[in-house]
Design a binder for this molecule. Sequence first.
Ligand SMILES: *[C@@H]1O[C@H](CO)[C@@H](O)[C@H](O)[C@H]1NC(C)=O
Ligand SMILES: *[C@@H]1O[C@H](CO)[C@@H](O)[C@H](O)[C@H]1NC(C)=O
Ligand SMILES: *[C@@H]1O[C@H](CO)[C@@H](O)[C@H](O)[C@H]1NC(C)=O
Ligand SMILES: *[C@@H]1O[C@H](CO)[C@@H](O)[C@H](O)[C@H]1NC(C)=O
Ligand SMILES: *[C@@H]1O[C@H](CO)[C@@H](O)[C@H](O)[C@H]1NC(C)=O
Ligand SMILES: *[C@@H]1O[C@H](CO)[C@@H](O)[C@H](O)[C@H]1NC(C)=O
Ligand SMILES: *[C@@H]1O[C@H](CO)[C@@H](O)[C@H](O)[C@H]1NC(C)=O
Ligand SMILES: *[C@@H]1O[C@H](CO)[C@@H](O)[C@H](O)[C@H]1NC(C)=O
Length: 487
Amino acid sequence: MESCSTAVSRTPAAFLLLHLGLISSMAHQNEFQTGLAGGEVTLNCTGILPDSKLPQETVVRWKYYDTTLWRMEKGTPWKTSAFITDRFDIKMQYKQLWVQNLKLSDAGIYTCEYGSHKVRTSLHIFKLMISLDGHFLQNEVPELILMQNSSSPLPDLRITLFDSNNNRVTPEFQNKSRQKYVVNLKKLEAMDSGTWVCQVHSDSPLIDQNIPFAVKVLGFQNPDLERKYATVDSTVILSWRLNSQQIKWKEGFTGQVNWKQEKSANPHELLDFNVTEQGQLHETKKSSNFLFEIPERKPESTIEVKLPKVHFNYSGQYQCQLEYQGRHVQSKIELVVMKVSAKPVGPLSRGANMTLTCQVSGPLPPNAYLRWERVNGTKKDIKNSEQNEFKLEVNISAAGLWSCHLIEDSDRKISFHYHVEEAAVWTNYVIIGASVGGSLLVFALGCLCIISGTSWQRRRQRAKRMAQARQYLLENKMCQCQHRLKK
Ligand SMILES: *[C@@H]1O[C@H](CO)[C@@H](O)[C@H](O)[C@H]1NC(C)=O
Ligand SMILES: *[C@@H]1O[C@H](CO)[C@@H](O)[C@H](O)[C@H]1NC(C)=O
Ligand SMILES: *[C@@H]1O[C@H](CO)[C@@H](O)[C@H](O)[C@H]1NC(C)=O
Ligand SMILES: *[C@@H]1O[C@H](CO)[C@@H](O)[C@H](O)[C@H]1NC(C)=O
Ligand SMILES: *[C@@H]1O[C@H](CO)[C@@H](O)[C@H](O)[C@H]1NC(C)=O
Ligand SMILES: *[C@@H]1O[C@H](CO)[C@@H](O)[C@H](O)[C@H]1NC(C)=O
Ligand SMILES: *[C@@H]1O[C@H](CO)[C@@H](O)[C@H](O)[C@H]1NC(C)=O
Ligand SMILES: *[C@@H]1O[C@H](CO)[C@@H](O)[C@H](O)[C@H]1NC(C)=O
């Protein structure tokens, strides 16, 4: 008041009326503020002098509608029973009302009176709730509920949602009233973890409020279904990478790994595991008649099953399942095993035929097929399987290195090499072992002890071919070679 009267005294008469008008409108000031349930607000007593300059005789009062919450007379503050001491406070410097841990019912009109001034603040409260406390499993669809409360008629809100990557999500409104908006978000993926934002807009009153909320999605970094190919007797590691560490999931959960040979077969439990709230993984082997190991050293938050020497009949579906509060999510790896056989086995005599069979353990996807070919052979040594065939036979009459490839989308996924020697008398052989990238490859290669009567020339050619074959095998390190030997 004082500042206004000094201002008036210095104002020319022509402006006095206008200024009085301003004073009276300032004396009843209307403010609008929004708050978020669980959060806090500071309501201003706009225009009040700081504590040190406020005249002693000024009476200051805070009211909620007509109920007095707090007042100060002759410099002494008083709290009424309506002043909830654990949530309300007065910031003395500017007599602001501070409300924390807001509730929907805190909405309404708060008035600060000092002298003849009245500052009315309409407090509009939003409350955002997310289902399951924001803790989801992959593929679940969260439900979001937005509520609002105010002293005035509730506005029609425009709600926009942004996911953790700041992409707009089109919400699906389940039910909508002005008090309560129920929204279904999208089906979650593991990478949707993070802070989402609910943007609330209204034109009248003008509201633009961003409400952040946390979403945690526990799941796999693998796709839902992976296909893995292996040659028989090779070492296979099936691994499922959990995202619990990345998203700082602080709850315990359990899980298991099952194997099913065919879709209809009974699942066979291989191991179960649990992860504590601190993120420690404990695994327990469940199966004794299935030859597998749990690798000791592996990346954190990874579930692994190692098949040290995969059998043809170990193909099928390996499923890792997570369980949290009675809900489940799973990720599957389909293991396809390839084997090769020859009939008759052994070196090929001149003019004779041999049937080579390449077989995979299960049906292939539509974009995949098998191919037999002879290394450095001609076009007529190539044979492809038909769609949906999982066995490919060739009748061969030429010795050499034959390869069966599994080709998916024109990528060679795996290859099996079979070395067909020309018949001769064999008296000796050596086994060459090579360790490549931790996996042991054993090449059994025929050696050269030739019966008398064979020319040196022929022997040299044979030695050259053997060296070429050995070179080829070493260059194709991921492959396995099988070679039948004749004593
Ligand atoms: C309250 O007053 C402070 C200080 O004058 C100002 O910075 C703030 O923006 C005001 N808040 C509102 C909601 O008007
Ligand atoms: C909305 O606020 C009023 C006070 O303004 C209160 O009486 C009412 O209970 C609140 N509604 C809800 C749903 O909390
Ligand atoms: C929608 O909300 C209204 C009012 O809250 C309620 O009466 C009605 O049953 C709800 N409908 C559905 C389908 O949930
Ligand atoms: C987790 O697994 C370990 C080892 O198998 C077991 O001792 C422990 O009781 C399990 N904890 C829970 C909560 O299942
Ligand atoms: C798979 O085949 C191997 C021989 O190759 C046999 O010993 C084993 O019992 C078979 N396992 C199953 C589960 O059929
Ligand atoms: C070998 O196969 C070819 C064609 O596949 C056939 O013409 C020939 O008769 C076969 N020879 C023998 C000995 O089976
Ligand atoms: C390969 O030969 C066998 C016996 O000689 C014959 O039964 C079979 O049909 C032949 N297969 C192909 C693909 O030519
Ligand atoms: C195929 O031919 C290439 C080039 O002539 C040669 O380097 C390679 O050793 C041959 N491979 C086999 C298995 O004969």
